[in-house]
Design a protein around this ligand. Structure first.
Ligand SMILES: Cc1ncc(COP(=O)(O)O)c(C=O)c1O
Length: 419
C-alpha cells in the first residue's frame, strides 16, 4: 500500500544530500576517516568566543517557557535587533520593532516573502549563480517559481546586469508570466561580493518601473573583510540605507537578516523579515508565525548578545580578521596548486574552477563530485547554484587552518589523476 501522499513522496526526494556529510564529520582524533566539510555555509572561526559568551551570560526566565509575546519574536529581541541593526546598517529611517517579524532562521523569513508577496505559479527573478536554497524556500511549500537570469560574460555586479534583468522581466511578461519580485543576495552567496551603491540604486529603479518587490537577503551583512588583492572592492551597503533618494515605492522594499552567518550560529535558528513601510507584510508574516516561531531560549540568548555592544563590537572586528586570514590561507593554497578562483571580500566562500584544474583528460562535474566523495571532502558543485559554466565549485573557507589544510589536501588528491 502507498503510505505517502503525492507531495509527501516529492518531499522525500528533496532530502538534502549533505545530511550524509553531517552524519560522518571528520575529526582528527575521533573520526579521522570522516568527511571534511568545507561545503556547507558555516563559519566556525568564532565558535569558542560565542560558546563562552552564551555559557557565561545565559540567564533564562520563565517567559521562555510560554508562548512569550506571540509567535513572531519577543518584544525584547525585536528591540535588541533594532538597536543592533540601526548601529550596523545605518537605515535611512531608524528601525523600530513594528518593522520586524522574527522567524526561526532566515530561510523562514524568505519563505514569508514568497507566501505573502506572490501567489502559486508566480515568478521571482534571481540572477545566476544563486543561493541554492532559494529554490526550496520559495518553491517547495509556497509553490513560487524562480525566473533565472543568465548573464553570460556580463559582470553580475555591474549596471549592465540590471539591463539583463530588465530584458528577462520583459520577455517573461511577453509570455504572460506574472513576475512579482526580484531577490538580491547582498552580499552575494556564492560569489562573495557586494553590490556597488549605484548598481543597487539601479535595481531599485528597475523594481520601481516594473512594479516589482525588491527582497534583499542581507544575511552576510557583517561578513565583509579586507582582501588586499582587491583593495577597491565595494563594501556592503544595506538596501535599508538607500532611502535618501527614493526611486521606488518603499512599501515594496524588504530585507532579511539573521544570526546564522554573521554570528556563526546556524543552530540558533534566528532570522527576521524587515519591512519598514509595509505593515501588511509584517502582519501576513505574523498570520503564519506559528510555522516560523523561534525557540524562546534562542530568543533570549540572541537578546543578551545583541544588547551587548562591547562584546558584539569585539566580535565583529575579530571575526573579520579571522575571515581575512582563513581566506588568504585557502586562496594561497589554490594559487600554489594552479586552481583558478574568483577573488571575494564577503560571505564565506571561494568560487573556484576545479574542472579547469583537473589533471589529465577533462572530466565532468559529476565525476569531480564522485572523486571528492571518494577522498571524503565535501565541496558543493556549481550546478547546485545554477552556475552558467561547468567546472565551478563553492568552497567554504571560514574554518580553522587545520580543517582547511586537510580538506584542500584531499581536494588535491581528488583532482590529481596521477595519484
Ligand atoms: C543567502 C542565504 N540566505 C539564507 C540562508 C539561510 O539561513 P538560515 O540558516 O538562517 O535559515 C543562507 C544559508 O546558507 C544563505 O546563504
Amino acid at each position: 500500500m502507498e503510505t505517502l501522499s503525492v507531495r509527501g513522496k516529492d518531499f522525500v526526494a528533496q532530502k538534502p544530500t549533505f545530511f550524509d556529510v553531517l552524519g560522518d564529520l571528520w575529526d582528527p582524533k575521533f573520526n579521522p576517516n570522516g568527511i571534511v566539510n568545507i561545503g556547507l555555509a558555516e563559519n566556525t572561526l568564532m565558535h569558542a568566543e560565542l560558546e563562552d559568551f552564551i555559557n557565561t551570560n545565559s540567564k533564562f526566565t520563565t517567559h521562555a517557557l510560554t508562548y512569550g509575546d506571540g509567535f513572531s519574536g519577543s518584544h525584547n529581541l525585536k528591540e535588541a535587533i533594532c538597536h543592533f541593526l540601526n548601529n550596523q546598517l545605518s537605515p535611512t529611517t531608524a528601525l523600530n520593532p513594528s518593522h520586524l517579524a522574527i522567524t526561526s532562521g532566515v530561510s523562514n523569513a524568505v519563505e514569508c516573502c514568497a507566501w505573502a508577496l506572490a501567489d502559486i505559479g508566480d515568478y521571482i527573478l534571481v540572477g545566476r549563480p544563486y543561493f541554492n536554497a532559494f529554490k526550496t524556500t520559495l518553491g517547495t511549500r509556497p509553490d513560487i517559481k524562480l525566473l533565472e537570469v543568465s548573464f553570460g560574460d556580463i559582470d553580475p555586479f555591474s549596471l549592465e546586469a540590471v539591463q539583463v534583468y530588465q530584458n528577462a522581466y520583459e520577455e517573461a511578461r511577453g509570455k504572460g508570466l506574472r513576475v512579482r519580485a526580484l531577490i538580491l543576495c547582498s552580499p552575494h552567496n556564492p560569489l562573495g561580493r557586494c553590490y556597488p551603491e549605484h548598481v543597487l540604486r539601479e535595481y531599485m529603479r528597475l523594481c520601481g518601473r516594473s512594479g516589482l518587490h525588491l527582497v534583499s537577503d542581507e544575511i552576510y551583512a557583517l561578513t565583509v573583510w579586507d582582501n588586499p588583492r582587491i583593495k577597491d572592492a565595494p563594501r556592503f551597503k544595506s538596501i535599508l540605507s538607500m532611502g535618501d533618494q527614493p526611486v521606488m515605492d518603499p512599501s515594496m522594499i524588504h530585507a532579511v537578516w539573521g544570526l546564522s552567518k554573521d554570528f556563526g550560529a546556524t543552530g540558533l535558528r534566528l532570522g527576521c523579515l524587515i519591512s519598514q513601510a509595509n505593515m501588511a507584510l509584517i502582519e501576513a508574516a505574523e498570520g503564519i508565525s506559528l510555522y516560523n516561531f523561534p525557540s524562546s531560549l534562542a530568543d533570549q540568548v540572541a537578546t543578551s548578545l545583541l544588547r551587548n555592544d562591547e562584546f558584539v563590537g569585539d566580535y565583529i572586528v575579530k571575526n573579520r580578521m579571522r575571515l581575512a586570514d582563513s581566506y588568504l590561507f585557502a586562496t594561497e593554497f589554490l594559487r600554489n596548486h594552479g586552481i583558478p578562483y574568483l577573488e571575494s571580500n564577503a560571505g564565506l566562500f571561494v568560487w573556484m574552477n576545479i574542472g579547469a584544474a583537473v589533471q589529465g583528460d577533462p572530466i565532468t562535474d559529476h565525476e569531480v563530485v564522485e572523486r571528492l566523495r571518494k577522498e571524503k571532502v565535501y565541496i558543493a558543485t556549481g550546478a547546485v547554484y545554477a552556475s552558467e559554466e561547468t567546472g565551478w565549485f563553492r568552497m567554504v573557507f571560514a574554518h580553522p587552518k587545520d580543517v582547511l589544510e586537510e580538506g584542500l589536501n584531499r581536494l588535491l588528491r581528488a583532482i590529481d589523476v596521477s595519484q
